[in-house]
Design a protein around this ligand. Structure first.
Ligand code: ZN
Length: 200
């Protein structure tokens, strides 16, 4: 026997499919939503739909943003000769929170993972190459992928790809715990990892 009726089950299973949400949390969220006033539920659903419809990849760095270009890329006071390569917008946000990096970013939107069938064409690598070819002012590319096996392999791959072009390639220091997601690391560790970067 089903514990709840069809529409409730549908809501629970959609919520449970989100990352980090177990079935218990999904049930709690579903009943919370059902007890909200109608206008609050509409605000929630509109926020999801509007974000999905209006957010796109920055034409420069591939992070997610509302406009054609993100605020970091649009900022002429940032050092556009320094590009930090990160895995996702959350990692970019982690560095922005530290507030001491004044270069720009390139967001891969993933890492190479042969085991999961993710190859170079599945992440935003081509965009990085095109960017380096069309922006002569770039003097250093800092690879700040996570220190997981996949993050390291991705760093090596990128390094081999762009070093022949004569651009300095550095890797953030491994003060970052192995397998640790960048976004969960405290700001001091993050800044140290950046300052202690080594040339590849
Ligand atoms: Zn951007």
């Amino acid at each position: 026997m089903e514990l709840y009726s069809g529409e409730i089950n549908k809501l629970i299973s959609e919520l449970a499919a989100l990352p980090g949400i177990g079935s218990k949390s999904a049930q709690r969220m579903a009943f919370h939503i059902l007890n909200l006033p109608h206008d609050r539920v509409k605000m929630l659903s509109d926020a999801i739909i509007n974000a999905k419809e209006n957010v796109k990849y920055c034409s420069e760095c591939c992070t997610l943003t509302d406009g054609d270009i993100c605020p970091v890329c649009a900022n002429t006071k940032r050092d556009h000769g320094l590009i930090m390569v990160v895995e996702n917008p959350q990692d970019m946000a982690a560095y922005e929170k530290v507030g001491k990096y004044d270069g720009v970013y390139h967001v891969l939107q993933g890492v190479l993972s042969p085991m999961n069938g993710i190859g170079p064409a599945d992440i935003r690598l081509k965009e990085l190459i095109v960017r380096l070819e069309t922006h002569e002012e770039v003097r250093e590319v800092i690879i700040a992928t996570n220190s997981s096996a996949e993050g390291e392999a991705t760093a090596m791959y990128i390094s081999k790809l762009i070093k022949p072009a004569g651009i300095k390639v550095t890797r953030i220091a491994s003060g970052v715990p192995v397998g640790g997601d960048l976004e969960n690391i405290d700001e001091v560790t993050l800044f140290r990892a950046y300052e202690g970067r080594v040339e590849l």
